[in-house]
Design a protein around this ligand. Structure first.
Ligand code: XIL
Length: 418
């Protein structure tokens, strides 16, 4: 063999070593945290079905191998949202295919399944809210009694990725509205059908997502169409219907920004009121869409300490840590503001900062392990993340573990040594 072909072989071998995917990496998140909590990921339709979409077949195969190697819990990133699972009105209007594939994928790999999400202001088709009642004329219409709401909706227009029937994708329906009774009936039918279908298989449901308002303390609930049409008891009703449909399921209230002391106060107000009404609510989901410049042990420790006062299990439901300049203010994670949050390029020294932030956050999870019962990352790797530009996850776009992955594994090892 001549010198040139030797060099070629050597460089092929080196490249192969460098591209060894994390699927073959000796350490796995699920093993490292087995004594503490399940570690999950949100998975997309391609990952659940094996049908290439944004990723070509080779990368998709790697992504799926990574899911199996690293995680023992999965959440459907989109396919159980109302817009995707129930796009048209009525009993014939369901598209169960992708959600069924997701559930089967999880069962065949013995992963815990989270259903996300039953009642949300976003990714909900217009027909749900439509009826014959004219919408209020003024934008500052009278608010429902006994609850403060944010008058200006944060649910602005967004991309139309999810097809017709949903103005702007994440926009708000402005046409004639259903009555309270009609909307409650639709909510009940939807929850009974979806939760009932997966009863005994989907063990945890995000029943209500993001009902709290951003901004100042005066407004507790977000000014959504659910709130405007039904009133503040839409939350209690949703939990009641989900409990009827599967009395064994763990029912979560899920929201973002629970690192912000003002928003935590609102959460505590809401949950205490639901507890006083004996609403079947079994866990708090804190999304934890964090920013690299503020995320770390102190922030997460403070948040978990406050959340734990409710006495309910805490699930970290959508963990990621945005490293894009555009996201380094505040703790908001409204889907409508997502593009702005991932603009401006990465912060300096992003890899190291991300590793430090993840290490701190996991140290806080371990400190609060009596309360923290599940940790789910919002995506499998940076390339498929909803905040891809912010490189917010533990694996890069080729599924190579980043320094943040090693930092997280080190936290588990340190806990084991204590
Ligand atoms: C995101 C998905 O990741 C995206 O693919 C989709 O375009 C928009 O929604 N809070 C939630 C999640 O509860 O459902 C959102 O998921 C991210 C913010």
């Amino acid at each position: 063999m001549n010198c040139r072909s030797r060099i070629h072989l050597l460089s092929v071998a080196l490249m192969a070593a460098a591209t060894v995917s994390a699927a073959e990496h000796p350490a796995s998140l699920k093993e490292a945290f087995a004594a503490h909590f399940p570690i999950g990921a949100a998975i997309n339709r391609s990952q659940a079905t094996g049908a290439p979409g944004r990723r070509n077949a080779e990368l998709l195969t790697q992504d799926i191998a990574l899911v199996k190697a690293q995680f023992n819990q999965v959440t459907a990133e989109n396919d159980m949202k109302w817009q995707l699972i129930h796009p048209r009105e009525g009993a014939e209007g369901y598209d169960f295919g992708p959600a069924d594939a997701f559930v089967n994928f999880a069962l065949s790999h013995r992963m815990e399944i989270v259903g996300h999400t039953l009642v949300w202001h976003s990714q909900t088709p217009n027909w749900v809210f439509a009826g014959t009642n004219p919408p209020p004329v003024a934008t500052n219409a009278p608010l429902p009694a006994a609850v403060g709401t944010n008058a200006v909706t944060t649910n602005g227009p967004g991309r139309g990725r999810f097809g017709p029937g949903l103005v702007g994708g994440f926009g708000r329906y402005n046409g004639p509205r259903a009555s309270r009774e009609e909307l409650l009936q639709r909510m009940r039918d939807h929850i009974h059908t979806v939760v009932g279908r997966y009863r005994g298989r989907v063990k945890v449901w995000d029943v209500v997502n993001e009902a709290l308002a951003d901004g100042g303390p005066e407004n507790v609930l977000r000014n959504s169409l659910w709130l405007e049409i039904i009133g503040p008891d839409f939350i209690a009703k949703a939990f009641q219907y989900a409990h009827e449909a599967d009395p064994e399921a763990i029912l979560r209230y899920n929201d973002y920004g629970l690192e912000n002391p003002v928003k935590i106060r609102k959460l505590i107000t809401l949950i205490r009121s639901l507890q006083e009404q004996k609403v079947p609510l079994h866990a708090i989901g804190t999304q934890a869409h964090l920013n690299v410049s503020t995320a770390g042990f102190e922030q997460m420790d403070r948040s978990l300490t406050e959340l734990a006062t409710l006495g309910l299990p805490i699930h970290v439901t959508e963990l990621d840590i945005n490293s894009a300049q555009g996201g380094q203010r505040g703790t908001g994670a409204d889907v409508a503001a997502n593009a702005a949050a991932t603009q401006g390029g990465l912060v300096s020294d992003a890899d190291q900062k991300l590793a430090d932030a993840y290490a701190g956050v996991f140290r806080a999870f371990l400190k609060h392990q009596d309360s923290v019962r599940m940790v789910t990352l919002w995506g499998v790797n940076d390339a498929v993340s909803w905040r891809a530009n912010g490189r917010p996850l533990l694996f890069d776009g080729e599924n190579r573990p980043k320094p943040a992955f090693d930092a997280v594994i080190r936290e588990a090892a340190a806990a084991a040594a204590r």
